[in-house]
Ligand binder design. Sequence first.
Ligand code: NAD
Length: 343
Amino acid sequence: MRVRFGPGVAGDLVAEVDDLTLGSLLVVCTPGHRELAERLSEPLRHRRAGLLDGARMHVPQEDADRARAEAQRLGADGLLAVGGGSAIGLAKAVALTTGLPVVAVPTTYAGSEMTSIWGISDGTTKRTGRDRRVLPVSVLYDPALTLSLPVEVSVTSGMNALAHAAEALYAPDRSPVVSLMADDGIRRLVRALPRIVSAPTDLGARTSALYGAWLCGACLGATTMSLHHRLCHALGGVSSLPHAATHTVVLPHVLALNLPAVPDVASRLEQALGGPGSAGAQLYELAALLGAPSSLRSLGMPETDLTTVVDQVLSAPYANPRPVSRLDLVDLLARAWSGAPPR
Ligand code: NAD
């Protein structure tokens, strides 16, 4: 994978596509991003086979089928994803079955562009997996493109990135280098997010946040995630909750449960977050300070879905630094649902 980073690097797109010798690109984005995707790919218009602007969160199976058929119909030899995890997720779904290379221009902090993880949803379940074919061959991180990211989305997307780094620190396959990336990613984001809230078009803060998101995404790509990601995955599937906001609400509670089992990670995380108190409490307070949602109830989750989520999480094994009982999960989710502070 080649990564270019810095304000204005989106202008290198033609050179990048030239280097990859791609002749016919299918561009994918979310509906709100059509104009940006058109503008960015305009210098490539003779190689733009088509533009799909219907990317949605969690890649519904029918979207994946439609995009795959479109790529085949147009004879595309590459995919250009412009946007956040939804656009990149749709491009990955096409790459999974076609092997077409993905060029990503990320505009949120979700980090999908750094991973070989794909996800496709069907009804209330989402299948995910890892496959090298979906890892983008080229990523252009241009902080200037994130200036328009609404403050609320910036905050929750930033918290989503923090979750990758936090769980990488206690992952069973963590390594010293990944932990360094996690530390720095967390530091950058927790310092940049308050600046973004007070000045959303501060390019310095945006650059720092996107750099932090890159690091956190790389942590996600390099390690096995634990209870937090498992829970958010189930919540997204069962209750169709917004991805980044769900991560924001759940993370402090999972850290409060897990970190006592790994004291070295707990102190490392506290240091990276930079404030006094446990990591769970610091993140809960940070989210409140940044105006982020603090309860699953406020995201629209019916209380009656909680049991289904618990059952789903318990139904298959997953990595975690400590064993988790049904009672632990019920208590954790009850707090996250009501917005109570972490234990
Ligand atoms: P998203 O891509 O749905 O973007 C959220 C909203 O913000 C959209 O409406 C989008 O149009 C808008 N937007 C994005 N960038 C913008 C910008 N710069 N300016 C203005 N508006 C902008 O949300 P997301 O949180 O980035 O991605 C969530 C999806 O990504 C989920 O489906 C999740 O499962 C997936 N994901 C996958 C991985 C992976 O490794 N496979 C990692 C993280 C997230």
